[in-house]
Design a protein around this ligand. Structure first.
Ligand SMILES: C[S@@+](CC[C@H](N)C(=O)[O-])C[C@H]1O[C@@H](n2cnc3c(N)ncnc32)[C@H](O)[C@@H]1O
Length: 222
């Protein structure tokens, strides 16, 4: 999978991904609008070229309160994100080229006010989705928000994801219409942040194409 070219789908007007991006940006804006006064920390896992958070921050009244860390593996995407941040004068945005699955990447920023897990849950196993949601209880501060995405192709895992968030003291704030294939969810953390243990890996980024092929090869069973 070319994860730089993947972003081109966003440029097709009214494509599923363009609509998902619009929704994610709306929800980011809303989370920032509602955030308490004072400094805000934002974390984005597998941030891509950062066009969700950076677009919103560029003209948001809270932009100078936000310290953000975007972690992304593909250096072409981080180069694009760094350039977008530079052009917007967002000098408190840090773009890291590296593996976003390690909690160590976030130790000094967590628990954060806003955690973005967009374009991740469709690319990792169910066990890793659950593990990542568990880690969100350490990445996210009390009252903080996690914005996540997951496609709704069968089997639709969005209800399961919501159950897993609920089991980790997150309350559902908003969920996209079930008829919309590219699901977006927003959860608020009501618990007490748990310590992040150095060296913990949340997921292995398998890729949706590989996961689909594995699923097709599974015995159907009765
Ligand atoms: C589906 S894209 C989503 C990008 C962005 N979050 C968005 O929603 O537009 C997934 C991204 O994860 C990146 N990625 C894959 N494995 C990663 C890893 N272990 N650590 C950090 N980024 C990773 C890919 O390079 C790709 O840019």
């Amino acid at each position: 999978m070319d994860w730089n070219a993947w972003h081109d789908q966003y440029d097709t007007v009214d494509s599923r991904l363009a609509r998902r991006l619009h929704t994610v940006r709306e929800q980011i804006r809303h989370a920032l609008d509602e955030a308490p006064t004072g400094p805000l920390n934002v974390i984005s896992l597998c941030a891509g070229d950062g066009r969700d958070i950076l677009h919103v921050l560029a003209d948001h009244p809270r932009r100078d309160d936000v310290r953000a860390r975007l972690v992304e593996l593909d250096p072409r995407n981080t180069a694009a994100a760094s350039e977008t941040a530079r052009r917007a004068g967002l000098d408190r945005v840090e773009v890291v080229t590296g593996d976003a699955s390690l909690v160590d990447r976030y130790q000094d920023l967590a628990p954060a006010d806003l955690v973005l897990v967009c374009g991740v849950f469709g690319n990792i196993t169910d066990a890793d989705i659950e593990r990542t949601i568990g880690a969100c209880g350490g990445l996210c501060d009390t009252g903080g928000t996690v914005i996540w995405t997951r496609h709704r192709a069968a089997p639709d895992h969005v209800p399961l994801i919501c159950d897993w968030f609920a089991g980790q003291d997150f309350e559902l704030r908003w969920l996209s219409d079930p008829a919309v294939r590219q699901g977006v969810g927003v959860h608020r953390f009501t618990g007490t942040p748990r310590p992040l243990h150095a060296g913990t890996r949340m997921f292995e980024f398998v890729g949706y194409d590989v996961l689909r092929a594995l699923r097709q090869n599974e015995p159907s069973g009765n």
